[in-house]
Write a protein that binds this ligand. Structure first.
Ligand code: NAD
Length: 266
């Protein structure tokens, strides 16, 4: 299977290339970087920490979507929409890990999924996907006497907040309660906020150091508290989930899929 990596010089992009090269049946056919960026023209093998491969990073995503069976995107929200459009145009499967997409970009992803298989997940780790299922279940059992708060911490370079995973956990908790997250979400508290509204789902964001990704869902009632926590200590878990999704996507019809579909958990 021919795999292309957009954002190939990023933290995730470099590891995704190394994993693609190491995975039986997968061939790395190209990588792109931001036009005018420092890494266009660099050898993909060297970027991945391997021997040179004789393939260099380009700034031409259309050629990559044309050449590849599957493209993996861990870039920035502003470029994801263009990549989704290209997936639809060329019928190329897309593994989309980029977070922080706005409504227009998300609509473009849904539109493209009519013509290409797209696996989109805010978090490609098995553990977090189990946590999503547990959160929905526990929220459904406990009811709104238990206040739900979602706390996340990431490294100092992360640009979007709350994390895509925290929002996915919020949606899972809301689904468990049978409510719409947008109607109950409390994303920023500052100054005189008044008392907590019953039924709200709150978010708190911490940033610092090199934390790969910590998420806790708290269910707090009078007299007791349940905390469900996941801590990622290596990006390798996301990389393995993304490449596994790429292999899976190659035999799927067009559609928008989640990692839970890939893992057979849905
Ligand atoms: P990063 O900043 O290290 O890498 C992003 C790369 O994309 C950079 O090299 C940048 O130059 C490149 N880029 C920017 N614009 C581009 C364009 N137009 N064309 C091609 N490349 C372009 O960031 P990262 O830590 O690798 O994370 C990337 C994204 O993946 C973020 O949105 C992050 O939240 C998300 N992420 C998701 C998961 C998950 O499991 N879903 C896990 C980790 C990170």
């Amino acid at each position: 299977m021919k795999i292309g990596i957009v954002g190939c010089a990023g933290r995730m992009g470099r590891m995704l290339m190394a994993e693609t090269v190491a995975t039986a049946g997968c061939e790395l056919v190209g990588g792109t970087e931001r036009a005018g960026g420092d890494f266009v023209g660099h050898d993909l093998g060297v970027l991945a920490g391997l021997e040179p491969l004789g393939i260099t990073a380009t700034d031409d995503p259309a050629a990559l979507f044309d050449a590849a069976d599957v493209v993996i995107d861990f870039t920035v929200a502003a470029t994801a929409q263009g990549h989704a459009d290209l997936a639809g145009r060329y019928g190329t499967a897309l593994i989309l890990g980029t977070t922080g997409l706005d409504t227009a970009a998300q609509e473009a992803v849904e539109q493209a999924s009519r013509r290409a298989a797209i696996v989109q997940a805010a978090n490609f780790s098995l553990g977090v996907n189990l946590l999503l299922g547990l959160t929905e279940r526990v929220a459904g059992i406990l009811g709104d006497d238990y206040d739900i708060e979602i706390v996340e911490m990431h490294h100092r370079h992360k640009v979007d907040a709350p994390s895509g995973t925290a929002l996915a956990l919020g949606r899972a908790a809301a689904a468990g309660r049978g409510v719409d997250l947008d109607a109950v979400s409390d994303r920023v508290r500052d100054g005189h906020t008044g008392a907590r509204r019953k039924g709200d789902i709150g978010f708190a964001t911490l940033r610092g150091g090199d934390v790969v990704g910590d998420h806790t869902v708290l269910f707090a009632a009078d007299g007791e508290r349940i905390e469900l926590t996941h801590k990622a200590t290596s990006r390798a878990v996301f990389v393995k989930g993304a490449v596994r999704s790429a292999v899976w996507s190659s035999w799927q019809p067009p559609g928008l899929y989640s990692l839970r579909d890939v893992l057979g958990l849905s």
